[in-house]
Design a protein around this ligand. Structure first.
Ligand SMILES: C[S@@+](CC[C@H](N)C(=O)[O-])C[C@H]1O[C@@H](n2cnc3c(N)ncnc32)[C@H](O)[C@@H]1O
Length: 214
């Protein structure tokens, strides 16, 4: 990885570590009021896994739901640089997107990400697909709706990664509902992994008619 990108990711991680102390001291009302001040990134292990999944699946159309200030966007952008693909990133806050764009530009990755500012439920339906890899990392009560929206657009062998399956603990009920929904689809294989804040990795199966007999 480019040392400039490594340095930039490390600066996000330092900021996130400092913010985690502040976050722990906030009441739920304060957290709700101040949530947009914080990065809340996926973290280096999940970032590395996303990078590996995009590269190994040679993903072309990558979707990010919830960019925040651009930490996961940087990992995904660097991976699609290697596959020749593109990231479509959906984020509510235009201020966060501006920050993310500036950081991507500073390491020469801005050309690999197209941001769609606004509510993902307004903007994603017009994206044609097929989607090769989707990261779901927006507000946790939206995960089920996000999965229902992206599932019909998934490529065969398309991957869906969802963050925050284990932490924060307040999100556990939403995470459990999400995992149940994914496992109810008869074309998806899924596994929960205890890395970072806990992730769920699901993959769409190839249709039986196209599967090679081995
Ligand atoms: C946990 S943060 C994303 C962190 C980011 N993936 C990273 O690793 O740096 C969640 C983000 O989802 C965004 N978000 C929440 N609901 C959304 C919606 N309906 N449409 C688009 N973005 C949304 C929030 O504005 C917030 O920035």
């Amino acid at each position: 990885m480019d040392p400039k990108l490594q340095k930039l990711l490390a600066s996000y991680e330092e900021r996130a570590a400092a913010e985690s102390h502040v976050l722990r001291g906030l009441s739920s009302q304060e957290l709700e009021e101040r949530i947009d001040e914080f990065l809340i990134p996926v973290g280096p292990d999940t970032g590395q896994l996303l990078h590996t999944l995009v590269k190994s699946s040679k993903a072309q159309c990558v979707v990010e739901i919830g960019a925040s200030y651009g930490y996961s966007s940087l990992w995904l952008a660097d991976a699609v640089r290697l596959t020749g693909g593109k990231v479509h990133s959906f984020e509510l806050s235009s201020a966060k997107v501006e920050h993310a764009q500036e950081k991507l530009r500073s390491v020469g990755l801005d050309g690999y990400v197209e941001f769609h500012v606004g509510d993902v439920f307004d903007n994603l339906p017009s994206l044609a697909g097929p989607l090769d890899l989707v990261l779901i990392d927006c507000w946790k009560d939206l995960y089920e709706r996000c999965f229902e929206m992206v599932h019909p657009k998934l490529a065969e062998e398309g991957i869906v990664v969802a963050d925050n399956m284990l932490f924060p603990s307040e999100s556990r009920p939403d995470a459990v509902k999400y995992q149940k929904l994914v496992r109810s689809k008869n074309d998806m294989d899924a596994v929960a992994l205890p890395i970072g804040s806990g992730i769920d990795v699901a993959r769409r199966r190839t249709a039986p008619s196209k599967r090679a007999l081995t």
